[in-house]
Design a binder for this molecule. Structure first.
Ligand code: FE2
Length: 195
């Protein structure tokens, strides 16, 4: 088998384990931490994810590669490639999410709502912590948890993002504007490249 075939098989086995964890344990932090363990194991061998298989787009922009998604859009796994200076404002996911590192640092900042944040409109946040996701570790989020991400590495970063439901199905997510003190529906993410 070539590297892609080996990766595809490893991804398929990992996603099968993840389906089993959610079925057995439901959606809660202990289950998500087990899912994180599965994803850290998947990414233990970085050779399965060679940088040449996950390039930035021709303009040097960020790319999200789709590695797996069920026919009913559940259990989606993406490889998120970030250029220097990638930044995503605070947002929730409306499904569970687990992020693990392959290459480079992705700084995650965690927030909680201090007012609003249930629907578009006035909303205020306070930062509750931060964690740098890199090879060998990861973070987990319940559907209402809020985070922001930033990459400052000069070489492109690669992180795996797993979600309970595919990104292009998540129409109820909220993105927060901390300066304005508001939140709004997050634009639906589309245009993933199969890897
Ligand atoms: Fe996110």
């Amino acid at each position: 088998m070539n590297i892609k075939q080996t990766r595809d098989q490893a991804v398929a086995e990992t996603m099968q384990s993840i389906r089993g964890i959610e079925k057995e344990m439901g959606v809660n932090y202990p289950a998500l931490k087990q899912i994180r363990t599965e994803l850290i194991s998947l990414t233990a061998d970085q050779n399965l994810f060679p940088a040449k298989d996950f390039p930035l787009d021709p303009t040097g922009g960020d790319v999200i590669y789709r590695l797996s998604e069920d026919n009913d859009h559940r259990f989606a796994l993406y490889g998120s490639v970030g250029s220097e200076g990638k930044s995503v404002s605070p947002h929730n996911h409306s499904t569970w999410a687990v992020i693990v590192g392959v290459y480079g640092d992705e700084v995650n900042q965690f927030y909680q709502c201090t007012s609003g944040g249930k629907e578009p409109g006035p909303a205020t946040l306070e930062q509750t912590g931060s964690f740098t996701v890199r090879h060998g570790n990861g973070v987990v989020f319940m559907p209402d948890d809020i985070h922001a991400i930033q990459t400052d590495d000069e070489v492109p970063t690669l992180h795996l993002h797993a979600y309970g439901l595919a990104l292009d199905q998540l129409s109820d997510r909220l993105m927060f504007d901390t300066a304005a003190g508001t939140c709004a529906r997050m634009p639906l993410m589309r245009g993933f490249i199969s890897a």
